[in-house]
Design a protein around this ligand. Structure first.
Ligand code: ATP
Ligand code: MG
Length: 347
């Protein structure tokens, strides 16, 4: 098949891991006879430096026309002054809005070698295989804000339509897995959460084969640490999802290992590792490329519909996790390039 893939390397280790992802996509294209084209565009701090805009018009246009988008990471100390007129992260938020990608999907699986690095005891990490779906384009992060000298407000607003579409995404996904959805809210306190819960219950009626449970966000934060293996698909609103997915990423043993996809818009999905730009290790060939490579597998599966190819990439990563020399974050001393090479050899 033909596919046009936009690559946004971004900042810090972003370019290093993005090029690992592209190498894997090139190899898959060659092996399976696909015609993928890659075009690189600026985003984040890099785009601020070069164009004075964290999401320049050329990047916007390319993203709107793409079949899929592979992103490295954005941000870094150079642009982190809170009073700066523009910040790298604004590029990311603007891109998500532009593409209408309302569902941020983050699978969490624990390979035994990574589980050994997890802060959780082995008996708790055993069998963990869950997926977070975080609502990404609504809620308090996008609500009206006010500020006076002695008070500030942030409005949290959700419409029925916004909740419905992300809920359906969660139930559709659960159907392909262990058929359980955990909907996370704070319905004992928040009106938006009461709406969230009532929509979840109504949508569940359309999926009689899928079990729905409601969980308050505070107890979810606890259960994620005490019984993570009990969960299948966890769906929640924007801010709760932001916090819980960061908590979950620690369970994975290394930030460098977890992929993500932002989906649901009319056009391309956005695929990126969950880690940030890691300025402390940028340019040193220490970055673990596996989170990006697993994001590439999600890209193949979700945006291009190539599930055999996606399985191939995931199996190659499993093989390298099992047998290979890994990067420092996973206890090895291999470079980014060497780990990427090992995955290519296993593909
Ligand atoms: P951001 O604000 O951009 O989300 P962050 O504060 O979450 O950033 P990261 O940039 O993700 O932080 O880095 C957190 C720590 O994890 C750093 O010490 C970094 O070196 C390490 N780290 C992150 N990604 C990787 C990776 N791919 N390989 C190895 N180490 C990584
Ligand atoms: Mg972070």
């Amino acid at each position: 098949m033909k596919a046009s893939i936009v690559v946004l390397p971004g900042d810090g280790i972003g370019p290093e891991v993005a090029s690992a992802g592209v190498a894997v996509l090139r190899q898959i294209a060659e092996r399976f006879g696909h015609d993928f084209t890659f075009t690189e565009h600026a985003i984040g701090g890099d785009a601020i430096d070069r164009f004075g805009d964290p999401l320049p018009p050329a990047t916007r246009e390319a993203c709107l026309a793409a079949d899929a988008i592979l992103l490295g990471a954005v941000g870094g100390p150079k642009w982190s002054d809170p009073n700066a007129p523009v910040r790298p992260e604004q590029g990311l938020l603007a891109m998500r809005k532009l593409l209408g990608v309302f569902a941020n999907v983050r699978p969490l699986k624990l390979h035994p070698r990574a589980a050994a690095l997890s802060p959780l005891k082995p008996e708790r990490t055993k069998g963990v295989d869950l997926v977070f779906i975080r609502e990404l384009t609504g809620g308090i992060y996008f609500g009206a804000k006010t500020r006076t000298d002695d008070a500030a407000t942030d409005e949290c607003r959700y419409t029925v339509g916004e909740i419905e579409r992300v809920m359906r995404h969660a139930f559709d996904l659960a159907r392909t897995r262990r058929k359980k959805v955990t909907s996370v809210d704070k319905a004992n306190v928040l009106e938006t959460s009461r709406l969230w819960r009532s929509v979840a219950t109504r949508i569940a009626a359309d999926y009689p084969d899928v079990e729905l449970e409601h969980q308050l966000v505070d107890s979810m934060a606890m259960h994620l640490l005490t019984r993570p293996a009990d969960y299948d698909v966890i769906v929640t609103e924007n801010m709760f999802g932001d916090i819980l997915t960061d908590e979950a990423s620690v369970l994975a043993g290394s930030l460098g290992l977890s992929p993500s996809a932002s989906l649901g818009g009319p056009g391309a999905g956005v695929y990126e590792p969950i880690h940030g730009s890691a300025p402390d290790i940028a340019g040193k060939a220490l970055a673990n490329p596996l989170g990006t490579i697993l994001s590439v597998a999600m890209l193949l599966r979700h945006s291009l519909g190539l599930s055999t190819e996606a399985d191939t990439v995931e199996a190659a990563v499993d093989y390298v996790m099992e047998n290979g020399n890994l990067t420092r974050d996973l206890g090895g001393d291999a470079t980014t390039h060497a780990v990427t090479r090992a995955v290519l050899d296993a593909c």
